[in-house]
Design a protein around this ligand. Structure first.
Ligand code: 5GP
Length: 201
């Protein structure tokens, strides 16, 4: 019997493959939902409002900050990103797990505000490979790629503050590792308490 849902927080530098990884995992593991963040970044061609992000104006985002609607928020690469409190309701109400893919600043805020939670950091195999992946993705301009690489270098130093690290070299292997972490955490006391009456002599 599940006491309540588990909060999984995944951070990774841009291009480390966290979107593909988290999508594959939430599609193949039961009872875990992907949190949908708010952002002021413009949507990319394949992104749908309300599915990948809630795309909002700076005005709306700032109003939400002032209204205390975010459990965490951060300015990343010049755009606002935040997790609204409503995303977390699923943990208590439905006892389902929630996967948050957020930057290191947001993860730090959550550690202070939210008791429990499992923190996972995704690392690229090398900075050269990270750069190649960002170029191949072709959605960011050269200047943006430079900005993202610089941020990545700073973010990577935070991996030691997370509970688990995954090196995303082979995507299938990384998916298996993230799934294993989820399954292991679900067995961790006191996340799950067995129905004791059935175990009485
Ligand atoms: P992207 O623009 O590539 O989708 O995301 C840029 C960065 O913002 C990534 O590191 C991503 O994890 C982070 N991010 C996405 N949503 C949130 C959020 O709700 N809060 C915080 N703090 N970071 C987020």
């Amino acid at each position: 019997m599940k006491v309540k849902g588990i909060l999984f927080v995944v951070s990774a530098p841009s291009g480390a493959g966290k979107t593909t990884l988290s999508k594959k995992v939430t599609e193949s593991v039961n009872d875990i939902y992907h949190s949908i963040s708010h952002t002021t970044r413009p949507p990319r061609p394949d992104e749908i409002n309300g599915k990948h992000y809630h795309f909002v104006t700076e005005n709306i985002f700032e109003r939400m900050i002032n209204g205390g609607e975010f459990i965490e928020w951060a300015l990343v690469h010049g755009n606002y990103y935040g997790t609204s409190m409503r995303n977390l309701e699923i943990l208590e109400k439905e006892k389902k797990d929630l996967l948050l893919v957020i930057d290191v600043q947001g993860a730090e805020q959550l550690r202070r505000k939210f008791k429990g939670g499992c923190y996972i950091f995704i690392l690229p195999p090398s900075m050269k490979i990270l750069e190649k992946r960002l170029q191949k993705r072709g959605v960011d301009h050269d200047n943006d790629i430079k900005k993202r690489l610089k941020t990545a270098e700073e973010e990577i130093h935070h991996y030691k503050t997370y509970d688990y690290t995954i090196i995303n070299d082979d995507i299938d292997e990384a998916v298996n590792q993230l799934k294993s972490i989820i399954f292991a955490e679900r067995c961790r006391y006191p996340n799950t308490i067995p129905e004791l009456p059935d175990l009485k002599l």
